[in-house]
Design a binder for this molecule. Structure first.
Ligand SMILES: Nc1ncnc2c1ncn2[C@@H]1O[C@H](COP(=O)(O)OP(=O)(O)OP(=O)(O)O)[C@@H](O)[C@H]1O
Ligand SMILES: [Mg+2]
Length: 424
C-alpha cells in the first residue's frame, strides 16, 4: 500500500487528453498516478498493484465503466478500492447506476480540476478514516475476546480455589479428630493389654471358658498386629493432613499484595491437585515426577498467581505425555518412562530458577516461536484455549519482573525455565 500521504490513483479513460490533464493535476498535488485506456487494461493493472482510488470513465469501448466497476466489486481482493466514476452523461439514471454498482461518487464531464481534486481529497480522507475505524474495531473485538477468555480462565482458577478450600476445610475437622485421638487410643490399648497381662500373671489358669475366649481372639497375634495397625493409621492420617494442607496452600493465594511464599509448597500443592492425571491410565503407565529442589528462601510474590503458572506448565507437560502415549505401545512406555523433572536453584544473581522438564513430544521451531502468544494452541477444540502460557508469561514477567523461557526439541521433550527475582 502507498504511504498515507501519497495514495496511488488509477485513472481509466479512453480519451488521451483527459488522461493527461487529470494526471498532471493530480501529480501536481503529490498523488502517484497510473493510467489505463480501457476497462480490461484497468483490471489488469489493478491485479498487479492495488490502487487506493480509481477514477473511472463510464463510456469506453469494449468493457465500459459499469462493467469494470462490477468486476472490481465481485473480487474480494479489489472490493475495498474506492471508485469515483466520470461521466458526460449527467442524467440521473447513469449516476444511480454508477453508484449502485459500487462507486462512491461521480464527477461530470467536462470536469473542473478543482472539483476533481476536492472530491479525490475527501474520498481519500474518508477511506483512511474507514480503514482505521475498521482496524480499531477489529483490535477492540480481539482484545475483548482475549479479556473474556482470560476472565474465564481466572474464574475457573478461582472456582477451583474455592472448591479446594471448601474441601480442605471440611476434611480438616474429622481428620484432626482422628489424628489427635490416635495417640490416646494407642495408650488406652496398651493399658488394656497391660491389664490383661497382669490378670494372666495373677491368674495363670482362669478356666476353660476364658482360655477358649482368649484363643478365639488370638491374643498374641492381636498384640503383635495392633501396633502396626496403629502406625499405618497414623501414617494415613498424616498423609491426609498433608493433602489438606496442600489444598489450603493452593487455594490461599488470592491476596492482592505480595506475601512471602515458599515456592516448593506451591509446586507440591499443584502436583497434588494434578495427581490424578499423573497416575497410570488405559493408555500409559504413571508419569514419574522427579523433584530436585534446592535450598530456597521464601520469596515475596502473589502465590495464587504463581500456582497458576505451575498449574499451566505442569498441565501442558502432562498433556504432551498423553499425546506422546498415543504413538507408543504400553511396553515401549514401560521401557522408556515418561518423566517430569522439577528442579529449583538459587542463582548467584539472587534469583530463583525453576526448571520444569518433560520428555514428551517436544515442539517444532514454528510452535516454539508462538507458545506464549495469546490463543495459540495446537490442541483440539475444547481441549486447549491457547491461554495457559500467555497468562503464565504475563504473571512471571509483568507481575513479578521475572522471565519465562522455553527450550524444546521435537521428539525429545521440553523445558520451561521460570526465573524470579528474590527481592520481589
Ligand atoms: N510441554 C510442552 N510440550 C509440547 N508442546 C507444548 C508444551 N507446552 C506447551 N506446548 C505447546 O504450546 C501451545 C500453547 O500452550 P498453552 O498452554 O498456552 O495453551 P494450550 O495448552 O493449548 O491451551 P490452555 O489454554 O488450555 O492451556 C500448546 O498448544 C502446545 O502446542
Ligand atoms: Mg496449556
Amino acid at each position: 500500500m502507498a504511504s498515507s500521504n501519497q495514495p496511488f490513483i488509477l485513472i481509466v479513460d479512453d480519451n488521451a487528453t483527459n488522461l493527461s490533464v487529470l494526471s498532471q493535476a493530480l501529480k501536481a498535488v503529490g498523488y502517484k498516478v497510473r493510467l489505463a485506456m480501457d476497462g480490461e487494461d484497468a483490471l489488469a493493472q489493478v491485479e498487479r498493484a492495488h490502487p487506493e482510488l480509481i477514477l473511472l470513465d463510464i463510456q469506453m469501448p469494449q468493457m465500459d465503466g459499469f462493467e469494470t466497476c462490477r468486476r472490481l466489486q465481485e473480487n474480494p481482493e479489489t472490493k475495498g478500492i474506492t471508485v469515483i466514476f466520470m461521466t458526460a452523461l449527467a442524467d440521473t439514471n447513469t449516476k444511480v447506476k454508477g453508484l449502485s454498482v459500487g462507486a462512491v461518487d461521480y464527477i461530470t464531464k467536462p470536469f473542473e480540476q478543482e472539483e476533481v481534486l476536492a472530491r479525490v481529497k475527501i474520498h481519500w480522507r474518508l477511506k483512511q478514516l474507514t480503514d482505521s475505524l475498521e482496524q480499531q474495531v477489529e483490535e477492540r473485538a480481539k482484545a475483548l475476546q482475549e479479556a473474556q477468555l482470560q476472565l474465564i480462565q481466572s474464574e475457573k482458577m478461582s472456582a477451583l480455589g474455592n472448591l479446594v478450600a471448601g474441601v480442605a476445610h471440611e476434611i480438616n475437622n474429622p481428620i484432626s479428630c482422628i489424628v489427635g485421638n490416635i495417640n490416646f487410643m494407642e495408650n488406652y490399648m496398651n493399658d488394656v493389654l497391660g491389664a490383661i497381662d497382669l490378670y494372666g500373671k495373677k491368674f495363670p489358669h482362669p478356666g476353660a471358658e476364658v482360655e477358649d475366649a482368649l484363643d478365639a481372639i488370638d491374643l498374641n497375634h492381636l498384640r503383635e498386629d495392633l501396633p502396626k495397625l496403629i502406625r499405618a493409621m497414623k501414617a494415613g492420617g498424616d498423609r491426609i493432613t498433608t493433602i489438606s494442607q496442600s489444598l489450603r496452600t493452593f487455594s490461599r493465594g488470592d491476596s492482592d499484595r505480595k506475601q512471602p511464599f515458599n515456592l516448593h509448597d506451591g509446586i507440591e500443592s499443584t502436583l497434588m491437585i494434578l495427581g490424578h492425571r499423573l497416575k497410570a491410565n488405559e493408555h500409559r503407565p504413571a508419569i514419574e515426577v522427579i523433584q530436585d529442589y534446592g535450598d530456597l528462601p521464601p520469596i515475596e510474590c502473589f502465590s495464587g498467581l504463581l500456582n497458576q503458572v505451575f498449574m499451566n506448565i505442569l498441565a501442558n507437560a502432562i498433556d504432551t505425555c498423553d499425546e506422546a502415549a498415543q504413538q507408543f505401545s504400553f511396553d515401549d512406555l514401560n521401557a522408556h518412562r515418561q518423566k517430569i523433572t522439577i528442579e529449583s536453584t538459587l542463582t548467584e544473581q539472587n534469583a530463583i530458577e525453576i526448571r520444569i522438564c518433560d520428555n514428551g513430544k517436544g515442539m517444532s521451531e514454528a510452535v516454539k516461536a508462538r507458545v506464549f502468544d495469546h490463543l495459540f494452541t495446537t490442541k483440539g477444540v475444547g481441549k486447549g484455549t491457547g491461554l495457559g502460557l500467555a497468562i503464565a508469561h504475563q504473571i512471571v514477567v509483568d507481575k513479578h519482573g521475572g522471565s519465562l523461557e522455553v527450550q524444546s526439541e521435537l521428539g525429545q521433550g521440553t523445558e520451561f525455565c521460570i526465573r524470579l527475582p528474590i527481592a520481589g
